[in-house]
Design a protein around this ligand. Sequence first.
Ligand code: SF4
Ligand code: SF4
Ligand code: SF4
Length: 249
Amino acid sequence: MAKTVKTQRRDFIKYSTLGAFGLALAGGVGLSPYLLGDETRLRPPGAVEEDDFLALCVKCGQCLQVCPYHSIKLADFGKGHGVGTPYIDARERGCYACSAVPCVLACPSGALDHSCEKPEDIKMGIAVLEFPQRCIAITNTPVPKGHSQRIHDFLKDQRNVTELELENVKKLDAFEGKQCTICADMCPIPNPLSAIAMVPDSKGGKRPEFYDGCIGCGACEELCPANEGAIVIKPRLSYEDYYVKGKKS
Ligand code: SF4
Ligand code: SF4
Ligand code: SF4
């Protein structure tokens, strides 16, 4: 983890230097393309409203240092505004909703709100079956051999892989050759049925359906074995926002 923080810090400094140079060339802050990016990111558990988050986060990296799943990254200039702030790239690594939410406890600034004390308090976003055509459960295709290689490769890049991560990937490996229910069965919250279930699909297979207990942790997006993934987390949207009111972002 120390290696990750150091690398991300190094990238941050590198991009900071390039960014400052870019600003000079552009003739001022107002013209910098780096500051115009406005991508909605998935923030760690407990993140307060985005504007307040950007104002409060002191970019110390404490949250990512305590995460036992290596879920949190620090944003660089290539990611638009909020340079140095923590975020989660769910397809690379989701959050696993730790029982005591250590990332929140570690945050010294209030950017991650300490009233978020347990998985049920987490509200990062909502999961959506964005690409149903990719879902292999709908077509009754068994989970292919080597489906978890991407996750093994991710772990190979970490210096201090934790027992929790090893247990998790072992459980994932066991789906090989079976009907895919990975998103539903690997959902890490205490009551996964409140968030997701496999339901019959009109094409004869099954598909995941999401409910209002989904916290948007992104584990299902990460672990989906479909090519490029079938599930996408919509950051900062609730079940009601997306599925009832039809809000898309
Ligand atoms: S809840 Fe756990 S897995 Fe999720 S970001 Fe925080 S420390 Fe990492
Ligand atoms: S369905 Fe479960 S794994 Fe997927 S985002 Fe929601 S809570 Fe997380
Ligand atoms: S993990 Fe879920 S969404 Fe992905 S292929 Fe399997 S059943 Fe479909």
